[in-house]
Design a protein. Structure first.
Length: 129
């Protein structure tokens, strides 16, 4: 996926119709390494289409390394560490059972050092074995 974060993304079913999304990135403005874990709720009939699916989720973010003062100030900090809470709204386009394209948008709330917030957006794709 590209955007914020730029990452490798993995999606796993939670046993029902909802999913877990894990992002592992190294190009985040908040650190050299960023890990996201987000539980999503799927709304497959929101668009009345079998190709498009709406989803929303909430999860956590951990970032390590040099970054922009993790979630709040816009100045560089070295060896920073931050924890955040992330909300997410997204749309999947599934042209086949093996491939999907997605667009995500959501707020990120930093909870370490001092409180701060940011909006993030990303575009990406996932393959299924």
């Amino acid at each position: 996926m590209i955007g914020e974060p730029t990452a490798i993304t993995i999606k796993a079913r939670s046993g029902g119709s909802n999913d877990w999304i894990f992002n592992i990135g190294s190009f985040s403005k908040y650190g050299n390494l960023r890990l996201d874990g987000i539980y999503t709720f799927n709304f497959p009939s929101a668009f009345n289409s079998r190709d498009f699916e709406l989803y929303a989720g909430i999860g956590g973010v951990i970032a390590f390394g040099d970054g922009n003062s993790f979630f709040y100030e816009k100045k560089k900090r070295e060896n920073d560490f931050g924890i955040g809470v992330k909300g997410l709204m997204g749309v999947n386009f599934k042209p086949s059972k093996k491939f999907e394209i997605f667009l995500e948008l959501g707020p990120l709330l930093g909870v370490t050092n001092k409180l701060g917030a940011d909006m993030e957006a990303a575009l990406g794709f996932r393959f299924y074995p």
